[in-house]
Design a protein around this ligand. Structure first.
Ligand SMILES: [Zn+2]
Ligand SMILES: [Zn+2]
Length: 378
């Protein structure tokens, strides 16, 4: 019998391990024993107080665990393929439960549920307020309670936790696929044989590079730092790397991309950096009528000078992306499974950190010492 459990509790600039009561599932709910929970760039923004969050929270939205205690309805209603779940099944789940009543939920439907105005999001739930009892709704915890309406996937047997925990990062690069519309073969939209520049050598940049390759990019150029991350990226099939340690000004980086593309620019440039000045650079690196994808600006760093004329003059399409819809998980779980032989995914997970040292994982992320880190609660 488990009675008390440990969880990491975050306030801006502060993290401590606290004890909670074991979350006994009521009918329709399910308790999951956590195996692993990814450390996302947004967790760092949260810790630094740069995201609007109702603190204190138990972080952790990139979750992998096993069914520990199910109830009849949860067992039959949570899995997205309408399959039953049983104790011991390894699972992962989409972090949002959409409200079902806001404009985006009602008018645009589930494909847009990342845009829900009032979602319940694992990893972002206040863990003191009465209405959120029993509070264990973040993955940096030994156990987590899943509420009705959670979309759950069973993890394929051949996929280890270390790969499954990367799903959310991959899913958050879906805008590369959105840039395929409408007619890539007529050179409208990103397509086979194209040259792609990825700005940023972190986990999101790496996943964006993988998606570009899988969708048929001929040449992927990655701009980033530090050099060790670029070396890892080469193991994932990135063709050319441009290190910030050598090319340390925007002008140099733009000139280098132009040189590598016979003076034309890339067909698609994806900003995965989280540094605002990367966007105007992306615009200058893109060929006329090309595509710029903005994934990295996940928190509001404030405005930067930008000349909109550059978009018109170069006839560019810009795609901004906020997270992903739930069924991106379905597609990308298959993508991960089907490319496990092609990409050495496990090498991406450089740090596994116990609960008590969760803050170390955030520090490693900030200091660019990790590629991807995960908390291992049990
Ligand atoms: Zn995330
Ligand atoms: Zn909604």
């Amino acid at each position: 019998m488990v009675s008390r459990i440990r969880a990491a509790v975050m306030c801006p600039g502060r993290m401590e391990t606290k004890l909670f009561d074991y979350p006994e599932p009521k009918e329709g709910e399910m308790t999951v024993k956590m195996h692993m929970s990814g450390v996302c760039g947004s967790d760092k923004h949260q810790f630094d107080g740069h995201l609007k969050v109702d603190f204190p929270v138990i972080p952790g939205h990139e979750n992998v665990g096993e069914v520990f205690e199910e109830t009849k309805t949860a067992s039959s209603k949570m899995e997205v393929h309408a399959e039953c779940l049983y104790k011991g099944d390894r699972i992962l789940w989409y972090p949002d439960i959409s409200c079902g009543t806001c404009y985006y939920c009602r008018f645009l439907g589930t494909w847009h549920s990342a845009q829900c105005e009032n979602p319940f999001t694992y990893g972002y739930v206040n863990c003191e307020k009465e209405e959120f009892r029993p509070w264990t709704f973040g993955g940096w915890s030994e156990y987590i309670l899943l509420r009705p309406g959670t979309r759950v996937w069973r993890i394929p047997d051949e996929m280890e936790d270390e790969v499954a925990v990367l799903l959310d990062t991959l899913a958050s690069t879906r805008a590369i696929a959105r840039a395929q519309m409408p007619y890539p073969n007529q050179k409208e939209g990103f397509g086979y044989g194209d040259t792609v520049v990825i700005q940023g050598a972190g986990p999101v940049g790496l996943m964006a590079a993988i998606r570009a390759k899988v969708l048929g990019a001929d040449k992927v150029i990655m701009i980033g730092a530090p050099d060790w991350r670029l070396k890892v990226a080469e193991e994932f099939g990135v063709d050319i790397t441009v290190g910030l340690e050598t090319f340390d000004t925007g002008e140099q980086r733009i000139a280098e991309v132009k040189r590598l593309t016979k003076g034309i620019g890339a067909d698609l440039v994806a900003d995965c950096t989280g540094i605002p000045s990367a966007f105007p650079e992306a615009v200058e690196m893109t060929r006329k009528s090309g595509y710029v994808v903005e994934i990295g600006a996940y928190t509001d760093y404030g405005p930067i000078p930008f000349n909109p004329w550059r978009l018109v003059d170069r006839d560019l399409t810009v795609i901004g992306q906020f997270y992903c819809p739930p069924m991106q998980y379905e597609a990308d779980l298959k993508l991960l499974k089907n490319t496990m032989d092609r990409f050495p995914y496990k090498k991406m997970l450089t740090h596994k950190v116990p609960l008590d040292r969760a803050v170390d994982a955030i520090d490693a992320h900030r200091a660019l010492k990790s590629m991807k880190a995960a908390i291992t609660p049990s």
